[in-house]
Design a protein around this ligand. Structure first.
Ligand code: ADP
Length: 496
């Protein structure tokens, strides 16, 4: 597996090499074309001046004069100097062929080799027809690349008399191109070297955060969620790194949550087992004593039976509380829904507990500010909330006190307060008493399992309501409930 660093580096180099080859090819092609164009222009200018000079000499009848001969010599010299052959040919087919004295080669058949290039013959022929033509190619006579140009020599009347042919060695020019190519190659190699360094640097810049992110992600996958990439960039890699950082935080949170849920589950099971084991041990003990027949005193027997029944009642309550709690906590559990009056519900709950008030020597009072205290929900479950709170109030209230129930109908909500005067609840326990199996440090030696308030809270949450407690120094404990208010029975039913 190639590392991202090598991969990015290779891509850089590949892109660069393609670019280099393209630049070199295009440059060579253009420069070659340009050289030919320039060389052709040069040959053409030269041919033109020779052709003009010969036409002028013919017009002035300068043939065989020393001036003209020296002109012919200078052409040869020039040709030698510039690596070219300049021929002045007579066109024997013309009406007025160029007289012999003006030529430096009489005609094509006198040329160094009869075996003239076909293309050369073609351009000479074209020039005899009055056209200037050229071509470039390998010439077997000169044994090198040549540019040939043929231009007509015209008389004063404009008739073609002969032809100027220039055979120029283009290889010198080509070698100039080769020199440029060499320079180009050297500069490209140097550029390539510098670019390799730049490519290495850039690919490192790109690869480093990716490698970093990969290592962090690897650690996270192995279960070590507390990771940070420490990458601060404003591009997509930066965003990816931020996402990984956020992912890590979320995973840590989820892990902690899972751990605490797991701990809760363990605590819950151990609490339930504990809460059930105590009464079972008591029941077993008393049942064994009774079964062995050691207790003959009927009064004592009755007392034992009563204890067994009390413990069974406690267990029954606990099990049914747990059942309700688990049902309520399941979001798929559907509650009964109806609109009812909370005042009637409170009266119902108080009636059911009246017998207990005598035992505890406590009185109930119910006051409300409006008779129209409608709520929507499960009647039985909300009654259960009232029963739990009222039972607690009776249990923890001092004798000869009053447990007060107040119902206040407000604009949006219904507020309920259930107040007793007894052992009180210190500030630091106002939240914790709503936790499973929690019993306040001072629970007045009263029996209980610490599950009632959890059930009450779960039911209230399912009804979009709230429950909380407040207690003051004088040991007055007030449980507050709020319910979303239903303003009119019809309206609500209509909506449903
Ligand atoms: P239980 O009453 O069975 O112990 P609850 O969940 O109903 O369980 O209550 C949890 C704890 O909150 C109680 O153990 C008690 O310490 C405290 N508590 C509840 N209601 C009152 C109250 N009215 N006055 C004082 N303490 C209370």
């Amino acid at each position: 597996m190639k590392s991202i660093f090598v991969r990015v580096g290779i891509y850089f180099l590949l892109a660069l090499s393609v670019m280099t080859v393209m630049i070199a090819t295009i440059f060579t092609r253009f420069s070659r074309q340009n050289v030919r164009k320039m060389y052709r222009a040069e040959l053409k200018t030269l041919a033109k001046s020779v052709s003009d000079r010969v036409s002028e000499a013919v017009a002035n009848d300068e043939g065989a004069t020393p001036e003209f001969n020296s002109f012919l010599n200078s052409i040869i010299n020039l040709g030698d100097m510039r690596d070219m052959d300049i021929w002045i040919l007579s066109n024997s087919q013309a009406q007025e062929p160029l007289p012999q004295v003006y030529t430096n080669i009489s005609n094509v058949s006198d040329l160094p080799d009869d075996d003239l290039d076909e293309d050369l013959k073609i351009i000479i022929h074209a020039a005899e027809g009055g056209k200037t033509r050229s071509y470039t190619g390998y010439d077997k006579v000169y044994e090198q690349n040549m540019m040939h140009l043929a231009m007509p020599i015209k008389s004063a009347k404009g008739m073609v008399m002969g032809t100027v042919v220039i055979n120029g060695a283009i290889d010198n020019w080509n070698s100039t191109v080769s020199t440029y190519q060499r320079y180009l190659l050297i500069s490209l190699i140097m550029a390539l070297f510098v670019t390799i360094l730049v490519a290495a640097f850039l690919s490192r810049q790109i690869a480093r955060p990716i490698v970093q992110i990969k290592s962090v992600a690897g650690k996270m996958a192995a279960g070590d969620y507390e990771q940070q990439t420490y990458i601060k960039r404003k591009d997509e890699l930066g965003q990816l790194a931020d996402t990984i950082d956020i992912l890590s935080e979320r995973l840590v949170e989820a892990d902690e949550l899972r751990e605490s849920v797991e701990q809760n589950r363990r605590d819950f099971f151990s609490n339930v087992s504990h809460e059930l084991r105590t009464p079972i041990t008591v029941i077993k003990g008393y049942a064994e004593i009774l079964n062995d027949g050691y207790v003959e005193d009927v009064k004592k027997q009755k007392k034992y039976y009563e204890r067994i029944l009390r413990e069974c009642g406690g267990m029954e309550r606990l099990v049914s509380d747990l059942l309700i709690m688990s049902r309520m906590q399941n979001p798929e559990y559907e509650m009964e829904e109806e609109v009812f009056n909370l005042i009637a519900l409170a009266q119902d709950a108080l009636r059911g507990l009246r017998v207990l008030t005598k035992e505890e020597r406590v009185e109930f009072s119910l006051i409300y500010n409006d008779e129209n205290a409608l709520v929507l929900g499960d009647y039985e479950r909300i009654r259960q909330v009232f029963v739990i709170l009222l039972q607690n109030a009776l249990k923890y209230a001092d004798p000869e006190t009053i447990v007060r129930v107040r119902i206040n109908v407000e604009e949006e909500d219904l507020l309920v307060e259930i107040e007793d005067e007894g052992i009180g609840i210190p500030r630091e326990e106002w939240e914790t008493i709503f936790e499973k199996f929690y019993r306040a440090k001072n629970h007045g030696e009263k029996e209980g399992s610490g599950i009632g308030l959890v059930v009450a809270k779960t039911i209230m949450e399912r009804h979009h309501g709230k429950i909380w407690v407040e207690s003051d120094e004088v040991k007055i404990v007030t449980f507050h409930l709020t319910f979303p208010r239903v303003k009119e029975r019809e309206e609500r039913n209509g909506q449903d």
